[in-house]
Write a protein that binds this ligand. Structure first.
Ligand SMILES: NC(=O)c1ccc[n+]([C@@H]2O[C@H](COP(=O)([O-])OP(=O)(O)OC[C@H]3O[C@@H](n4cnc5c(N)ncnc54)[C@H](O)[C@@H]3O)[C@@H](O)[C@H]2O)c1
Length: 329
């Protein structure tokens, strides 16, 4: 099959592209490198440095390559920044995404996988399933939800799976691609920075009603997520479907539990302090992945926390300039 992947120089898009190429498929990547990395782009893909909003250039690509399936990853993803700059998120994630999807539909490319986020559910004190009420708490998930709604409106014209990712971590198993170590803010990245750059970790809030007072997240390894995309693409290719599926393992870890695992694996002291709660932070975010497992027959392979931490540290270490060549096994 021939895939068009937007955001394929980014963290998840590049790992999924690599996985598709490993499965002997063809991948065309569209990315403007606003947050993505050139070195992430798989060698065997074709790359176009284009903004997804540029309909003229996107049409040209559709005319040149007969695309079977589109995977749309391109977006801005910094939740904290979205609170400060909501318009930036509305423009790129919703308006540009809408322009891109309308171009796909106009060109008859109607098999679509869209990367959404579990943050559309907001705060729920339980494992969330796809039927749960949606209540995004900040502009980032709201912009992602707007684009879901655009697909809802066009669902008769397309075969589509919307994947709502929980927290993605780890890197490609052969360390060919992974997250950008210089951009963004999330716990895994900050813990890698603490280990390698001795940066102090600030934990936002330690008085939540959870087992140890810190927030809890369901982390999914990017290799498992890549396999989900592959299986989902086979499904939309074989029949006309319209699904929204949670992508997580169904269990979560607190900030302090993750910190403890980083300490154990790296054998380094991690300098941290407790900071204030942030208004937009979700307290507990855990998936109920039953629908995903049933519909695409997915079995996780990388769910151990130690594997997830080692994989993240190995990627950071490889990308970090002062590489000390340590590989965690
Ligand atoms: N990382 C996570 O934990 C997570 C969780 C939930 C959902 N998601 C979703 O997954 C997708 C990918 O996230 P990621 O972590 O790989 O982010 P990322 O920032 O690493 O990748 C996004 C890519 O999109 C590109 N891009 C952005 N705007 C563009 C535009 N207008 N035109 C062309 N390219 C553009 C960037 O250059 C980058 O390469 C996003 O849609 C995000 O909302 C990610």
């Amino acid at each position: 099959m021939r895939y068009l992947v937007t955001g394929g120089a980014g963290y998840i898009g590049s790992c999924v592209s690599q996985h598709l190429i490993d499965k002997k498929h063809e991948v065309i990547i569209v990315d403007n490198l606003s947050t993505g990395l050139k070195k992430n782009i798989p060698r065997k893909s074709q790359f176009y440095k284009i903004n997804i909003q540029d309909k003229k250039k996107i049409r040209k690509i559709f005319k040149k390559h007969k695309i079977d399936i589109v995977m749309h990853f391109a977006a801005f993803i910094d939740n904290e920044e979205s609170v400060l700059k909501p318009k930036k998120y509305f423009k790129n994630n919703y308006l540009n995404g809408k322009s891109f999807f309308s171009c796909c539909i106009e060109q008859g490319v109607n098999k679509i996988i869209y990367s959404s986020t579990a943050a559309v559910y907001g705060n729920k004190n339980k494992r969330v399933s796809e039927k749960d009420k949606l209540s995004p708490m900040s502009p980032y998930p709201l912009s992602k939800l707007f684009l879901e709604k655009y697909l809802d409106k066009n669902k008769r014209k397309i075969s589509c799976i919307i994947l709502r990712y929980f927290n993605v971590a780890g890197a490609d198993q052969n360390l060919r691609c992974g997250f950008n170590i210089n951009k963004g803010y999330n716990l895994i990245l900050n813990l890698c920075r603490s280990v390698y750059q001795k940066k102090k970790l600030i934990i936002n809030g330690n008085n939540y009603k959870t087992k140890d007072g810190t927030t809890i997240r369901d982390y999914i390894h990017v290799n498992d997520l890549a396999e989900i995309h592959y299986k989902a693409s086979k499904l939309i290719n074989n029949k006309k479907v319209y699904y929204k599926l949670n992508c997580g393992y169904g269990f979560g870890f607190s900030v302090l539990e993750i910190l403890k695992e980083f300490k154990k694996i790296s054998k380094k002291k991690i300098n941290f302090e407790f900071g204030k709660r942030r208004k937009f932070d979700i307290i507990i975010s855990i998936s109920n992945p039953s629908k995903l497992k049933k519909l695409i027959n997915w079995k996780p392979k990388h769910q151990s926390l130690s594997h997830l931490v080692k994989s993240s540290l190995n990627w950071f270490n490889k990308s970090y300039k002062k590489n000390n060549n340590k590989v965690y096994k």
